[in-house]
Design a protein around this ligand. Structure first.
Ligand SMILES: [Zn+2]
Length: 270
């Protein structure tokens, strides 16, 4: 089995996780910029984080032979302070030519507030000006449907943005159709407690087809499972999906979306 982990916060994980992922067939790992679990107190904190994502973490992954990629932004949870966000966003262009950067993400909304929306629009403008791919975080639970609608409206309102270059992450049963109908890609996050289980993800794949969907573990500093994708592959196999169909979903699909960024290359030649 081979797979791509398109969403993992490896700065929060131990080396055993890298080893287990590679042994399970991971061919590349992608790390969106995220909340640290606490608010960073200044733009300098983000500068250091962007250095960690573009310099240190790829070196750590390389020790296990794993290509490491990242996305840059100030995450929605820290977007309430618009002037801090402006300073951080102004810093991002000088990191965009680093060779493991895939685009702008994970941007989006957390509580669907006015300031979060303003910062989302600033990020979308940044992506458009620099011709970057976009990775979007959608809010949790009761805020998800409204937040997803607001996010799609922002993306559709900017004529420079192509939906096939945007991935809307953490889709669930009530948002997946909205995302796919808009021409966007959807990400299903496999969490043991919240978001989506493997069984629910497979239900969605069976209902909507796997054309523009991928799965990810979104493993971070909280309760999460770095091997969630290979576990979901077992679920797919149990339900009669062929090896070719599984490969398309967990390897070819992320490769197809991410290869729109010329920096992206996987471990194996095929
Ligand atoms: Zn994430």
């Amino acid at each position: 089995m081979r797979y791509i982990e398109p969403h993992a916060h490896m700065v929060s994980r131990v080396t055993d996780d890298y080893q287990a992922m590679v042994v399970a067939g991971c061919a590349a790992v992608c790390e969106p910029a995220f909340w640290a679990g606490f608010d960073r107190s200044s733009p300098a904190g983000f500068y250091d984080y962007f250095c960690q994502l573009t310099e240190h973490e790829p070196r750590r992954a390389a020790k296990f032979g794993l290509p490491h990629y990242c996305w840059l932004c100030i995450n929605p949870k820290e977007s309430e302070d618009v002037s801090l966000a402006s300073e951080v966003i102004a810093m991002i262009p000088k990191f965009l030519d680093r060779k493991n950067v895939l685009g702008i993400g994970e941007i989006g909304l957390n509580k669907n507030s006015r300031n979060e929306l303003k910062v989302l629009e600033m990020h979308v403008d940044l992506a458009a000006r620099h011709n970057q791919l976009i990775l979007v975080h959608t809010p949790h639970l009761e805020d998800k449907l409204k937040g997803t609608r607001l996010i799609l409206d922002v993306l559709k309102a900017d004529s420079r943005i192509k939906p096939e270059r945007c991935l809307i992450d953490h889709v669930e049963e009530h948002t997946v159709k909205l995302v796919l109908d808009g021409g966007f890609w959807g990400g299903m996050t496999l969490y043991p407690e919240t978001k989506c289980t493997a069984a629910r993800a497979v239900d969605m794949i069976e209902q909507y087809g796997g054309e523009r969907l991928w799965m990810n573990s979104a493993c971070d500093w909280g309760v999460s499972v770095p091997l969630a994708i290979p576990h979901a592959a077992l679920e797919l196999r149990k339900r009669g999906h062929s090896a070719t169909a599984i490969d398309r979903l967990i390897y070819q699909n992320p490769k197809r979306f991410l290869s729109q960024c010329p920096n992206f290359k996987v471990l194996e030649a095929d």
